[in-house]
Design a protein around this ligand. Sequence first.
Ligand code: NAP
Length: 335
Amino acid sequence: MFKNKQVLLAERPKGLPIASTWKFQEVEVPELKEGEILIKQEFISLDPAMRGWMNDSKSYIPPVAVGEVMRCGTVGEVVKANQHATFKVGDFLTGWGGVQQYTTTDGKGYRKVDPKLAPLPLYLGTLGMPGMTAYFGILNVGELKEGDIVLVSGAAGAVGSLVGQIAKIKGCTVIGIAGGPEKCAYIVNELGFDGAIDYKNENIYSGLKKHCPDGIDVFFDNVGGELLNAALTKLRMNARIVICGAISQYNATQKVEGPSNYLSLLVNRATMKGMVVFDFADRYMEAAQQLSVWLKEGKLKSKEDVYEGIENFHSTFLRLFSGEKLGKLILKIAE
Ligand code: NAP
């Protein structure tokens, strides 16, 4: 009999989640029904979007219900199967298994991954949802062209670090916005960005003036709020703004802060477009193949920041908002 440690959403948070937002419990895994598999989850993905799914509001997918296992991306191994048509014991699968050590499922929405081709955490980062977001976000939604001047916020994070590197591969000038001198040094020295603005220690408007004297063609925004407002003042003609996320607003207890400088879109015939990665689901293989090639060629660097223990879910999740992590935030939950 398998014991399963789980984290449930206990109440809807106001602002930043607190300890009572979650309920920890240990339950026995029930017997499998015909057509089901049991996945022993090795790693879970901690994503800013999870904060949005905790709100009872209309979004691109339904919210997590109070009392339900918290939704998150997972990667793990099939340890039991009851006459499943596709998956067998020993297969490694990624999907939306939730914050728990074992997931019982009919396998819908899961895809096989190969731990010999890449370490498992990569399937939650560069070869998973953040990688797909960066790839389609900058190339398709951002309509990236060689020679573009690209600004990216959240630049040392899972999505932002890949966006900047892809833009470099495509022959663009790339400026990143990140919090703190270490992250800024990392994106320039390790990832090859052309410049970095430390929004925690530098005025964003003077940072933009210094690093983007000729303006920007593409702004890939993960942060929103004042950074978006500031970037709007530097648009070039026909600029594109990709609204990928707005992490600065996810824990807001007041109204979401909107950009007062939006008339810059009019003056510069610019566009601002929202994206949801799931819209590109039928093309994930194309992105995964290209990202794998760039990884193999050493053109793309992937950084996973892995913490341990399902008991540490709450404190690890908060690192997304404090910024105390580098690259893709992951929690190892297998014991
Ligand atoms: P991430 O960047 O790896 O982690 C979050 C980072 O955001 C933190 O490390 C922190 O970096 C920064 N941050 C947190 N609070 C901030 C604030 N108040 N102001 C400025 N920066 C702040 O996360 P990710 O997984 O790559 O996601 C990045 C964004 O993309 C999020 O907004 C997420 O919701 C969005 N996203 C959207 C889609 C989609 O389909 N639209 C898919 C995936 C992700 P610093 O230390 O630099 O502050």
